[in-house]
Design a binder for this molecule. Structure first.
Ligand code: HEC
Ligand code: HEC
Length: 321
């Protein structure tokens, strides 16, 4: 008996020491850094592509990076009470040291595709667009480098994100559970506009990310194959606005009872462009206004939405925040 207790005691002692060692390794050693493999990107200079870049940058990047000064100076993105702690969306004006002046075109492209910044650090998935086409990415970069007023250099600088000191995030990164998105440098082409449903899918998932907000939650998204995200287009995601007020995203599948199955195309287009619902309610600002999308783009998104599997259950908030 005595011998058994002794063996058990030693075993537990060794186990406890091992756990303490692993915890110390997680907490005290530096975070992993990843190789940056900037692709060759062609940056167009024609005015049509610049217009396209303006549209994408103002709908996508500005959603998080637009500062109170009306420039891409960045803003508070998550509060201290967030599970990941306080985080600031960076200054991405053209400032040579505080903005994207320090980035090459290839490094910017690599960041948008994978979430790895030029120092090899992971900067969170929420801003990644792994499937944004080469053409659109080139257009965005062209706009970021243009003389647009929104891009003029400002001095704003922010503290490093709190999550870099979080034990949980360190553990996730060090055990490889949380990995940067893969990008093999192969060209990425958008489907042609003539293939309406495929083009609509590209706009609604890869480019303008309707599915990012309109699936179950940001935490359970499948960034590579958005259709695999739980409750794809069925809503339920608690989406914060700029003042951190939460609104649960809507079911935009063709469900007649719980989605937009009874809406006409015109009603859909009005809601997405202006925020006006068919019943007269104005959607909360948590739903961006896609006012600048062309008729052809709206037609494609509408055509695609008709093909999305219907989710026939009421929207439930799947996460609490
Ligand atoms: C959903 C919000 C969101 C969107 C959309 C977004 N970003 Fe960001 N971005 C952030 C946040 C938050 C950070 C800071 C994250 C961190 O430091 O960990 C950031 C950081 C950056 C940085 C600085 C990285 C560094 O550490 O050097 C650049 C450059 C950047 N974003 C460019 C872009 C571009 C270009 C787009 C549009 C294609 C874009 N972002 C879209 C939220 C966003
Ligand atoms: C940043 C997150 C976000 C993005 C991106 C987003 N939405 Fe929304 N959307 C919301 C939220 C939140 C609501 C609910 C707003 C409310 O109830 O006031 C909403 C509501 C809607 C509604 C109204 C549905 C109803 O029954 O009231 C439609 C239609 C819609 N979104 C379509 C789209 C489309 C199409 C896209 C892509 C082009 C898109 N959304 C992108 C967050 C988003």
């Amino acid at each position: 008996m005595k011998k058994l207790f002794k063996i058990l005691g030693i075993t537990f002692g060794i186990l406890a020491a091992l756990i303490a060692l692993i915890a110390a390794w997680v907490q005290l050693t530096p975070l992993p850094t990843y190789e940056v493999k900037p692709p060759q990107v062609t940056i167009p200079t024609d005015s049509t592509t610049l217009e396209r870049g303006k549209k994408v940058a103002e709908l996508v990047c500005a959603h998080c990076h637009l500062g109170e000064d009306g420039k891409m100076s960045g803003r508070l993105f998550t509060q201290a009470s967030d599970p990941f702690g306080e985080m600031w969306a960076a200054n991405i004006t053209q400032h040579p040291t505080k903005g994207i002046g320090r980035y090459t075109d290839g490094e910017l492209a690599y960041l948008v595709r994978t979430g790895i910044n030029r120092d090899g650090r992971v900067v969170g998935y929420m801003m990644c667009h792994p499937q944004m086409s080469d053409e659109d990415l080139g257009a965005v970069i062209a706009y970021l480098r243009s003389d647009a007023p929104m891009m003029q250099a400002t001095e704003k600088e922010y503290p490093a994100p709190a999550y870099l000191n979080s034990f949980m995030v360190k553990a996730l990164l060090k055990f490889g559970i949380f990995k940067p998105l893969p990008y093999d440098g192969q060209p990425i082409l958008a489907p042609p506009m003539s293939d309406q449903v495929a083009y609509g899918r590209y706009l609604a998932t890869d480019l303008f990310e309707c599915s990012t907000c309109h699936s179950a939650s940001f935490e359970t998204l499948d960034m590579i194959t958005p259709e695999n995200s739980p409750n794809f287009m069925g809503g339920g995601n608690p989406v914060p606005d700029e003042d951190f007020n939460i609104v649960i995203s809507a079911n935009i599948t063709p469900s007649k009872e719980h989605g937009i199955g009874n809406w006409t195309k015109e009603q859909f287009v009005t809601a997405v462009r202006t925020g006006l619902r068919p019943d007269g309610r104005i959607l909360k600002p948590n739903m961006p206004r896609f006012a600048v999308l062309s008729d052809a783009e709206m037609d494609a998104i509408w055509a695609y939405i008709q093909t999305v599997p219907t989710i026939d259950v009421p929207v439930v908030a799947t996460a609490s925040k």
